[in-house]
Ligand binder design. Sequence first.
Ligand SMILES: [Zn+2]
Length: 544
Amino acid sequence: MNSKVSVDTVFVGRIITLDRLHPSAEALLVRDGRIAAVGDEASVVARAGADAVRVDLGSRVLLPGFIEAHGHPTDSALVLSRYMIDIRPVTIETAAGVMDAIRAGVAARPDGAYFNGWDALLQKGLGEPTIQQLDRIAPNTPVVIAHNSGHVAYFNTAAARAAGIDKHSQDPVGSQWMKDDAGELTGKGFEIGTLFTLLRPMLATAQAELPSLLADYLAGLNAVGITTVSDMSWDHAKTPLLNAMRERGITTRMRLYEMSAPGSNASVDLDNGDDLIKQVGVKTWADGSPWVGNILLSFPYLDTPATRSVGIPAGSTGSANYSREQLDGIVDQYFPHGWQLACHAHGDRAIDMVLDCWEAMLERSPRPDHRLRLEHVGTMTPEQFQRAARLGVTASFLIDHVYYWGDTLVDDLFGVERGAAWANTRAAIDAGMRISLHNDGTVTPAEPLRNLAVAITRTSRTGRVLNPDEAITLDEALRAQTLDAAWQLQADDIVGSLEVGKYADLVVLSADPYSVDPAELPGLSVEATYLAGEQVYERQATEG
Ligand SMILES: [Zn+2]
C-alpha cells in the first residue's frame, strides 16, 4: 500500500451502514482514509472534491469490512504455509487419505514432517496414533501432528528428541504431556503449550520467512472481506514480526490478545500500538476441545464408537486446564492493570467456573465497560448467558462448528438435546449480549459469509438443521460480523460501521445479502476490499 494522500472517492449505490440510526445510504465519501460523508447521493456528491473518483456500485453492495473477532493470524500464517502439511478435514475427508499424506510427507521431508488438521471425528476411522505407530512410520524423522482443534499434539520419538523433551520434562503451563503406566511418553500432548514446544525446531527454520507468510495470510483474509482480525494466541516474542509488517505495509488491522502465563504481567503497556496494530487483551484457556474430550461438562459424553475411537472414556465429563484458584491468580495479574480478558470455555462447568471467577474479580476490581469475553461457548446455557450478560460479559461464537461438526455433535458426542443446542446465539442476544461470530484461525476456513448463513439457518454440511429456535436474523448476524465484533475488540470507535469519522474499511459484495436466501449467502462473492480507503483486494474475473 502506498500512503500518499489520495483524491476523494465516492461510492454510489446500495450501502448497508450498520449504523442503527441510518442503516442504509445512497452514497459514501472517502477522504484521507476516513469516511467523510455518508447519506443521500446529492448531499454526499456535493461534498466531494471536483476530481473525486466515482464508484458506481450497480448491483453490488457496500458494507463495513468484516471483522474476525477470534483469529490466530500469526500462527495460521505458519500452519497454512509450506512448512506444515495440511491434513485438515476441510482438505482431506478420509482416514486413508490422511495416512497417505502422512507417509508421503515423511518420505518427502526426512529432516522433519509437521502436519496440521487431524480430526478422527470427521476423518472417521483415524482413531489416535500412538508413539509406537508413528515411530514405525518414521523411525528417524521427527513427526508432529497437530489436532485440527489445536488442543492436542501427537508426536514420535524423533520429534521429542528434536524438541528436547523426554519423560522427565515438565508440563508446559496449562498443558500436559501424557504418560503410560510405566511413565513413558505416549506421543500425545494436551493443549498448545505442548504443540508449540514440539514445533520449535520448525519455527527456527521458518523464522526469516514469517513476514511474507503473514502478508499472504492477511491477503487471504482480505479476499473474504476481512479488514480487522484478532490474534488470540499472541506471544510478545513475535514483536519483530509485526515490526517487519509495519515496514512492508499491513493490509488487515490486528488486535492482539497475549497468552496468559501464571506469575507474569503483560509484556507491553496498556497504552500501546496504534489504529493498525494494538494489543488490547489477554487470553486464557479454561478448558479444551469438544473433539478430544477435554471440555469441562455437567453431563457426560455419549458412549459411542466415535467417542471411544478418539479416546474419550465412557461417562467422561471432561476436564479443565486450570483450577479455580489458578484462574483467580491469573486474572489478578492482568485485570486490575486495565486489560480486557478473553477466556476460552466450551463446557458448561468451565463456563460456571469462569463466571464465578470473574464475578469475584469484578467485586475486587470494579470496572465499567470491561467487555470480558467468553470464547466459543459451545454448551453455554440460556441461564448462563443471562448471568453473563448481567455481569457485562460478552461471547464470541465459532458458529461453523454447527456446519462442519453438527452431525457429529448430535450423533457421536452429545445426543439431540445437548448436541443440537450447540452455540446458542439466540439465547445470547436475547440475554442482551453483543456477540460476534468467528472462524478461529485454521480451525475452520475464514468465511464470514458462511458464518452469517450458519447463524441464520443452523444447518450442517449434510443439511441437518440443529435446533432452529436458536437461529438469529440477518440483521443480528451482520452486526456480529462487523460492529459488535469491533466492539469486542475495542475498535468500534474507529471501525465496524460506516459512519463519518471512522476508517473507510469496506467490503463490496456481488449482491445484496438481504435479497438472497440465507442459505445462498456463502455463494455471494467479495468483489473488493478496502483498508482505510486503500484497495487491498479486487476479485479477478477468473476467480469463481
Ligand atoms: Zn482460538
